[in-house]
Design a protein around this ligand. Structure first.
Ligand SMILES: NC(=O)c1ccc[n+]([C@@H]2O[C@H](COP(=O)([O-])OP(=O)(O)OC[C@H]3O[C@@H](n4cnc5c(N)ncnc54)[C@H](OP(=O)(O)O)[C@@H]3O)[C@@H](O)[C@H]2O)c1
Length: 258
């Protein structure tokens, strides 16, 4: 009997921001295993090329666009570059993100701007382009990588949590607005996940491995792996989630359930 897989992404073209590392890289790997062709973007060309070597299928099937998402010229040019090089998109994963953690008393204005540009504004500008028919196919699905920080407060998190709260709110609004076009817009909200991002936050703000263990203990299922977030993202990209839009899905090992 032929196997039925509603998470199949065969013949889907998917853009992943933040594809050079961590969760974005894992999303690209997972989507390629499910049959998708990938468009990878990030600032570091060498790391993007490394991601490309990890993808299933002919490497030439997957494209790389190096650029900085805080540069709105790059962001606004990207949809047309993709269209011309590959054709319309079926999916979009916004995994790029920066996560400053510090007391409000030392927050610099440019850090607020940088977080909003990468975590929130780039997503909106790309979604603006993708709301136009030329750039996407019917059934287009986008998934933003938000955070449990959009839902809870923690000392030092005002800049990061604010940008993720804006992202999660925009996802709900866009889901309503774009549903008549047959487009779905969702987010995942990871808890603690073992990536370079987590290592930076843990390294900067915690007192050694005991501090990290205390942090991770807040998450009943323990520290997550990037591929555990990626499988939830690919589910939301796929037909298996065809009736799901506007959700901010916790992928947090039970963190928010407590
Ligand atoms: N790890 C966690 O515990 C955790 C928890 C909740 C939410 N998240 C979210 O998950 C997402 C992925 O994070 P991660 O943990 O996988 O971290 P990561 O390994 O540090 O990856 C971050 C990605 O963002 C890209 N990026 C950062 N600034 C950029 C810019 N100006 N322009 C273009 N790309 C940029 C980086 O690419 P380049 O350096 O190549 O530009 C990199 O690919 C983020 O949105 C983060 O907020 C992570």
């Amino acid at each position: 009997m032929a196997s039925y897989n509603p998470m199949n992404l065969c013949d889907r073209r998917v853009l992943v921001t933040g594809a050079s590392s961590g969760i974005g890289r894992a999303c690209a790997v997972c989507a390629a295993r499910l049959g998708a062709s990938l468009i990878l973007t990030g600032r570091r060309l060498d790391a993007l090329e490394e991601t490309r070597t990890m993808l299933e299928g002919d490497g030439a099937r997957h494209l790389v666009f190096e650029g900085d998402l805080s540069d709105s010229d790059f962001v606004q040019a990207l949809p047309r570059q993709i269209l011309e090089a590959a054709g319309p998109l079926d999916g979009f994963v916004h995994a790029a993100g920066i996560g400053p953690a510090m007391p409000i008393s030392v927050v610099a204005e440019n850090l607020i701007e940088a977080s909003l540009k990468v975590n929130y504004k780039a997503f909106l500008l790309l979604m603006k382009a993708f709301s136009g028919k030329a750039f996407v196919n019917r059934g287009f699905s986008s998934v933003a990588v938000s955070s449990v920080s959009a839902e809870i407060g923690w000392a030092g998190g005002s800049v990061y949590a604010g940008s993720k709260g804006a992202l999660s709110a925009a996802v709900r609004a866009l889901a309503i607005e774009l549903a008549p076009k047959g487009m779905r817009v969702n987010a995942v909200c990871p808890g603690y996940v073992k990536t370079p991002f987590f290592d930076r936050v843990a390294g900067a703000g915690l007192d050694g491995s005991e501090g990290v263990a205390r942090l991770v203990a807040q998450q009943p299922l323990g520290l997550g792996e990037p591929d555990q977030v990626a499988s939830a993202v690919c589910f939301l990209l796929s037909e298996a989630a065809s009736l799901i839009t506007g959700v901010n899905l916790p992928v947090d090992g039970g963190f928010l359930a407590k």
